[in-house]
Design a protein around this ligand. Sequence first.
Ligand SMILES: NC(=O)c1ccc[n+]([C@@H]2O[C@H](COP(=O)([O-])OP(=O)(O)OC[C@H]3O[C@@H](n4cnc5c(N)ncnc54)[C@H](OP(=O)(O)O)[C@@H]3O)[C@@H](O)[C@H]2O)c1
Length: 316
Amino acid sequence: MNTIGLGTAAIGRPIYINIRHEKPRVDLSLAAFRKNGIMLLDDAYENGIRFFDASPGYGLAESLLMEWLQQKNDPDIIVATKWGYSYVADFNVNAKVHEIKEHSLEKLNEQWEFSRKLLPNLKIYQIHSATLDTGVLDNKTVLQRLYQIKKEYNIIIGLTTTGVNQVEVLKKAVNIEVENELLFGSFQSTYNIMEQSILPLKDILLGTGRQLIIKESLANGRLIPNTSFKEHNGLYNYITKLADKYDVGADAIAIRFCIDSFPDAVSLSGASSVDQLQSNLAATTFKLEEGEVELLSSYKVEPLLYWDERKQLSWQ
Ligand SMILES: NC(=O)c1ccc[n+]([C@@H]2O[C@H](COP(=O)([O-])OP(=O)(O)OC[C@H]3O[C@@H](n4cnc5c(N)ncnc54)[C@H](OP(=O)(O)O)[C@@H]3O)[C@@H](O)[C@H]2O)c1
């Protein structure tokens, strides 16, 4: 079941950008953290999830997956990971800097050396948060190296996008060729009820053999009704009404919206606990009516406002 995949940002490091719904863990020891992570991977697997998204920027996530994959030994498990961000907070919850971005050839080679241990389950290798300003999409040496990796290991090269110019980045990326061959076969982007800017690219992103991965389907938790964003009360009321109708949580409505918008994509769950994952998975138990998708769609906000609001979320 690859309609929903598990994003591992929340299980790899103690804090990340969100609005906190789960109580912060009391036991922040590495051992407790690993245990919780493995438990969530197991629970996801038992519930049919076979798609897992990681990054070296997510602390322990890749090494947890490596350990877990050995126990599972299942060729159906698909892992997507990334390069370009390093986790530097060393599990210090008070760290000022959590991650560093670097889109250089040296970083690519260094991170690939570690990530390749996820083979043969590793099927998608992504540039983490490709933007125009790092110049990564114009860096011929990096693109050539990615092409080499694609050919040598028979994997899909992808990229992830974040921020107000997602569409601009995607439009550039879909046409990039190396050796007269399109380089990118997978695109991971933010899409949710509030941020729908990639919708017009649907046909291109899901064109022949291409994979679309949707992230931040809950707008980092902002789509769960809460009192911090009074301006979204109209949307929260409607989500709550639908949640009552389908007897699921608000999270399942938000994730279902993504599935109904892009039925052929993988939508990532960013669950940090088994309970959240179960609640997220309820999105697969019903389908929204066309009129409901339309009404939810009408709550989209300008990308500039959306990303501005996201910038104000803290690491917690
Ligand atoms: N640039 C990139 O490549 C990039 C960037 C972001 C994410 N990603 C990928 O996408 C995945 C998902 O993104 P995300 O986790 O940032 O965003 P998300 O899925 O939009 O939001 C996750 C948030 O939703 C909350 N949540 C989930 N289920 C809930 C429930 N049942 N009740 C209440 N709250 C609930 C979590 O709460 P708590 O705060 O309580 O844990 C967490 O804060 C990541 O794991 C990662 O794999 C990639």
